[in-house]
Design a protein around this ligand. Structure first.
Ligand code: PEP
Length: 271
C-alpha cells in the first residue's frame, strides 16, 4: 500500500508571535516553491498564540495548520485548556498529542524540571487516549507521539513501551477512525539532543508500531496508518530515514524553525 508521507514541524515554544510565525511561513512558502516534487503532506504546528496569524500567512498554499496540544472537553471550567472545536474554528486540521515533553518524559536533564514539576505536565496514556478521541470526533488529525526513554531502551524495553503506548492511545477507537491517526515514533533520547536513531532501528520500531495496530485491527488498517519518525531529523539524515518502508514522514522540532532545512526535509520525503 502507498501511504502519503506527512512531514510536520513542531515549533514548540518558539516563533509564537504573529510577526515571527508569519515570517517563518512566508520563508517556507518561498522555499517550497523551489521544490520540484510533490506528494508529501506538510504541516506546521506553531504555539497557540500564533495559530490565527499562521493561518492567514498560509493563505491558499497547501500547508496544513496543526496545534501542539488539545483538551478533551468541549467547554467548561478548565483554565488554560483549549477545546478541539476552538482549534477547528481557527482553521487547524492537525494536533500533536502526547509529545514526550508533555508526558513529562524528558530525554535531557533540565535543572528547572524537578520531579514535582514533571508531575504537573504529566500526560499519560489515558489522557492521550481521551485527547485522541476528542480530536477525531472534531475532525482533527491526531499526531500521537510515542517512544521510549534512554533507560527503557538500555533495559531492552523499547518494543513493549511502544506497544503499550499504541494500545493505550487506541482504547475504544473504532477501525474507521484508526487510519486517520498519525503515529510519531519519537525516541525520547533523540529529541532535541542531536542524537538521531539509526535508520534501520527507526524503521524497525515504526514496524513495531504498525504491528501493534495490526494486532488490534485488520491488516488493511495497519497498512494504511502512517507512522512518522521524530528525533533530531535534519536535512543530512532525512533522506536515509524517509526512504525506509515503515517511515511515512517526520515530526521535526529544531529543523522546522529554519525554512530552508524544513524544506530540504520535505523534499527528502517527496522523492
Ligand atoms: C520534536 O520535538 O518532536 C522533535 C522531534 O524535536 P527535534 O527534531 O528537535 O529533535
Amino acid at each position: 500500500m502507498t501511504r502519503t508521507p506527512i512531514v510536520a514541524g513542531n515549533w514548540k515554544m518558539n516563533k509564537g508571535t504573529a510577526q515571527e510565525a508569519t515570517a517563518l511561513i512566508n520563508e517556507l512558502k518561498a522555499a517550497l516553491l523551489e521544490s520540484s516534487g510533490n506528494g508529501a503532506e506538510v504541516v506546521v504546528c506553531p504555539p497557540f498564540t500564533a495559530l490565527a496569524a499562521a493561518k492567514q500567512a498560509i493563505g491558499a498554499s497547501p500547508i496544513a495548520l496543526g496545534a501542539q496540544n488539545v483538551f478533551w472537553k468541549a467547554s467548561g471550567a478548565y483554565t488554560g485548556q483549549i477545546a478541539p472545536q476552538m482549534l477547528v474554528d481557527l482553521g487547524v486540521s492537525h494536533v500533536i498529542i502526547g509529545h514526550s515533553e508533555a508526558r513529562g518524559r524528558f530525554g535531557v536533564a533540565e535543572p528547572d524540571f524537578t520531579p514535582d514539576v514533571l508531575k504537573q505536565f504529566g500526560e499519560t496514556d489515558v489522557t492521550v487516549n481521551r485527547k485522541t478521541r476528542a480530536a477525531l470526533a472534531a475532525g482533527l488529525v491526531p499526531i500521537v507521539c510515542i517512544g521510549e526513554t534512554l533507560t527503557e531502551r538500555q533495559n531492552g524495553h523499547t518494543d513493549v513501551v511502544v506497544q503499550t503506548q499504541v494500545q493505550g492511545a487506541l482504547e475504544e477507537i473504532g477501525s474507521d477512525d484508526v487510519t486517520r491517526i498519525v503515529f510519531a515514533y519519537e525516541p525520547v533520547w533523540a529529541i532535541g539532543t542531536g542524537e538521531v536513531c539509526g535508520a534501520d532501528e527507526a524503521d524497525r520500531v515504526c514496524g513495531v508500531v504498525r504491528a501493534a495496530v495490526a494486532a488490534l485491527y485488520e491488516e488493511t488498517a495497519a497498512q494504511a496508518v502512517r507512522v512518522q519518525y521524530g528525533g533530531s531529523m535534519k536535512p543530512d539524515n532525512a533522506p536515509d530515514l524517509l526512504t525506509r518502508p515503515h517511515i511515512d514522514g517526520g515530526l521535526i522540532g529544531g529543523a522546522s524553525l529554519k525554512a530552508s532545512d524544513f524544506a530540504a526535509i520535505i523534499r527528502a520525503a517527496q522523492s
